[in-house]
Design a protein around this ligand. Structure first.
Ligand code: NDP
Ligand SMILES: C[C@H](O)[C@@H]1OC(=O)[C@H](O)[C@@H]1O
Length: 253
């Protein structure tokens, strides 16, 4: 097991990639603190799945865009599980919208959840790791969108480039404390975030056709890579980005 007896915290763990990562962390032997936002019933389901794997779980319900949520989440995890070994910054939104008439509020909220939220959370986790004095691993979910553009994602892609940049700077700032910081860049993973966009069969077929491995990603495809980066198997990795996209980025022509 890659994460035996580690304490792993994950934001946005009610659905999609965050939920799969929480379950994978438990499968790999970790006790898990999950941040959820809107749905208590779903949070209870994730807790039940983690406990069924014989691990402990705690839920902290909060909006990552609020600075106090970060210190609250980390404190709740320490109170319940004793410490923080791994922090996964995953929570994110992508309300598809065109550029020329982008509502200010959509731009602002996307920046605040995806980038400011990641910043506050990573900062709170890092402070706890520094206090503990024996290092740690931070993994942020960036995106292939850190590398390429999207017509309906002009508010979103800069946040994902920012999240990777945050991990690079944190790798520099925190290396002396033995804290590794890396990002994962998923390609197109079928989750609720893109359900409406991919409901158009032509769009879905087009996206699948761009992927050399011939299918959209699944949340579990990302969860296993996060577990690797979080673990001691990646002990000399920091400031790195792992692109997990079925080959899509390489498929230029
Ligand atoms: N799916 C994809 O193709 C890709 C996704 N990503 C990134 O992966 C991450 C997870 O996305 P994915 O699993 O696909 O999407 P989902 O929509 O399935 O899940 C998003 C999660 O983030 C949570 N969340 C949203 N806003 C907040 C908030 N303000 N505070 C706390 N939690 C919040 C949601 O909680 P709630 O259930 O309460 O809404 C949910 O748990 C995002 O950062 C996304 O940008 C990156 C590349 C590709
Ligand atoms: C939400 C999109 O389908 C998804 O988000 C990303 O970050 C990927 O690049 C996809 O565009």
């Amino acid at each position: 097991m890659l994460l035996e007896n580690k304490v792993v915290l994950i934001t946005g763990a009610s659905r999609g990639i965050g939920r799969a990562t929480a379950i994978e962390a438990a499968r790999q032997g970790a006790n898990v603190a999950i941040n959820t936002f809107r749905d208590d019933a779903v949070a209870a389901e994730v807790v039940a799945e983690i406990e069924a794997l014989g691990r402990k779980a705690v839920v902290f319900d909060a909006d990552v865009a609020q600075p106090d949520s970060a210190t609250g989440f980390v404190q709740a995890a320490v109170d319940a599980l004793g410490r923080v070994d791994v922090f996964v910054s995953n929570a994110g939104i992508c309300p598809f919208h065109a550029f020329l008439d982008m509502p200010v509020e959509t731009l602002r909220r996307t920046m605040e959840v995806n980038l400011h939220g990641a910043y506050f959370m990573v900062q709170a986790a890092a402070n706890q790791m520094v206090k503990q004095g024996d290092g740690g691993s931070i993994v942020a979910i960036s995106s292939i969108s850190a590398l390429v553009g999207g017509e309906m994602q002009t508010h979103y892609t800069p946040t994902k480039a920012g999240v990777h940049s945050l991990m690079q700077s944190c790798a520099v700032a925190l290396g002396r404390h033995g804290i590794r910081c890396n990002s994962v860049l998923p390609g197109t993973i079928a989750t609720d975030i893109n359900k409406d966009d991919l409901a158009d069969p032509a769009k879905r077929e087009y996206m699948e056709g761009r992927i050399p491995l011939g299918r959209l990603g699944r949340p579990e495809d990302i969860a296993s890579v996060v577990a690797f980066l979080a673990s001691d198997m990646a002990s000399y990795m920091s400031g790195s980005a792992l692109l997990v996209d079925g080959g899509a980025f390489a498929n230029f022509q």
